[in-house]
Design a binder for this molecule. Structure first.
Ligand code: AMP
Ligand code: ZN
Length: 116
């Protein structure tokens, strides 16, 4: 838990979140400013600022985030149509909240930027 982290506060239920899933390791809630009809953030309960700070110890946790994303995509009915999973990292990667989160976006044909 990091005192000044908004995602730690959602995880601790100190501030509200539209929570869809929770287990011992992760929480998933809807993005407050959705970039797609379905936009869910899958967040480890452990406060890790970014992918730059992960260690070997976090290997299972990072895998688990993806398994939860897959299950939520099925639950939201977008598994077959397809979706996008993104982890923004650092300033030029567009990261705004420094607590790792996996974006699950779908429900429409997503635009692919030219650099991808
Ligand atoms: P990133 O740019 O990858 O750090 O993404 C941060 C995401 O968190 C953005 O898509 C925001 O809309 C979202 N966000 C910020 N505050 C909240 C909040 N209180 N509840 C849910 N999502 C949030
Ligand atoms: Zn945090």
């Amino acid at each position: 838990m990091s005192e000044d982290c908004i995602f730690c506060k959602i995880i601790a239920k100190e501030i509200p979140g539209d929570i869809l899933y929770e287990d011992e390791q992760v929480m998933a809630f809807r993005d407050i400013q959705p970039a797609a009809p379905i936009h869910i953030l899958i967040v480890p309960k452990k406060h890790i600022p970014s992918i730059n700070e992960v260690t070997e110890e976090d290997e299972t946790l990072l895998g688990h985030l993806h398994i939860v994303a897959k299950k939520l995509a099925e639950k939201e009915g977008i598994a077959e149509r397809g979706y996008r999973l993104v982890i923004n990292t650092g300033k030029e990667g567009g990261q705004i909240i420094y607590h790792i989160h996996l974006h699950l976006m779908g429900g429409k044909k997503l635009i692919t930027p030219k650099h991808l």
